[in-house]
Design a protein around this ligand. Structure first.
Ligand SMILES: C[S@@+](CC[C@H](N)C(=O)[O-])C[C@H]1O[C@@H](n2cnc3c(N)ncnc32)[C@H](O)[C@@H]1O
Length: 244
């Protein structure tokens, strides 16, 4: 089965999979951290793996944002939603813009980092873009301790052209490795009838202590901010790294 079609030829469906209002609650926690650590002002922030820019859309009225994503198709969604943001195509493990920011953010896109080596490279990207005393914030969807799959979720949304039902089954095929798997189905009703597509996403799963250890190794002091935003009420944190 092909992988990550959601961020490629199916990216035009993103606004029917996920909408800015779904992120209002989460964005409040991000804003609280940024304000607590940076103080008042329209600070320069940088999001890696911005996707459709839904979470970022709640921050742009208060911060000056720059954003990167691997997928040009997903950036199209974010550009439409966030016209004041400077967007670039890039890989969070390797991209270097040659600029520094007060904060680097990686929202749920961090879940696409699958190995400890790639986590180290991603954290090095954050450090390369941070001013002294800069702040790094990230939010893995799951930690090894908090994943209790398998689980199924679904939603139906429509616009004037398309009705999309999105079904996601998430499970852990091998509890001894650092990944889990999502199988997705898209039931797409358009003028010419119902079409069904499938997709597969592999995402990372690491113990909380691994995150903390790798962030400390990269040069951060680490804080875990409670992040109770998930419907299943699982334990969740914003991981906040303060550059020494
Ligand atoms: C779930 S979406 C992010 C949605 C985003 N939080 C929002 O509010 O719209 C995940 C994004 O991560 C991006 N991504 C995955 N691996 C990446 C990498 N190595 N570097 C940059 N972006 C990456 C994908 O292209 C996708 O757009």
């Amino acid at each position: 089965m092909d992988v990550n079609r959601m961020y490629d030829e199916l990216a035009y469906l993103w606004p029917l999979i996920s909408a800015p209002e779904d992120y209002a609650d989460e964005a409040r926690y991000w804003k609280n951290v940024l304000r607590a650590k940076l103080g008042p002002g329209r600070h320069a922030i940088f999001e890696l793996g911005v996707g459709g820019g839904n979470n970022l859309s709640h921050l742009t009225s208060e911060f000056q944002a720059t954003a990167v994503d691997l997928s040009e198709q997903m950036l199209k969604n974010s550009r439409r939603l966030n016209p004041t943001v400077e967007h670039h195509v890039g890989d969070m493990r390797t991209v270097r813009l040659g600029k520094k920011f007060k904060a680097v953010l990686i929202h749920d896109a961090i879940s696409y980092v699958l190995t400890e080596d790639d986590l180290r490279r991603t954290l090095a990207t954050a450090v390369a873009h941070l001013e002294p005393n800069g702040v790094f914030v990230t939010a893995p969807d799951y930690f090894r301790e908090t994943f209790h799959g398998p689980s199924v979720s679904h939603s139906t949304r429509s616009n004037d052209r398309t009705e999309l039902t999105h079904i996601e089954y998430i499970h852990d095929p091998d509890p001894n490795d650092t990944t889990i798997e999502s199988i997705m189905f898209y039931l797409i009703r358009e003028n010419d009838g119902l079409r069904i597509e499938q997709d597969r996403h592999i995402t990372g799963l690491f113990p909380i202590q691994t995150w903390v250890d790798l962030m400390v190794e990269t040069g951060f002091t680490v804080e875990k901010w409670p992040y109770p935003v998930h419907e299943d009420a699982r334990e969740s944190y914003l991981l906040v790294g303060l550059l020494k």
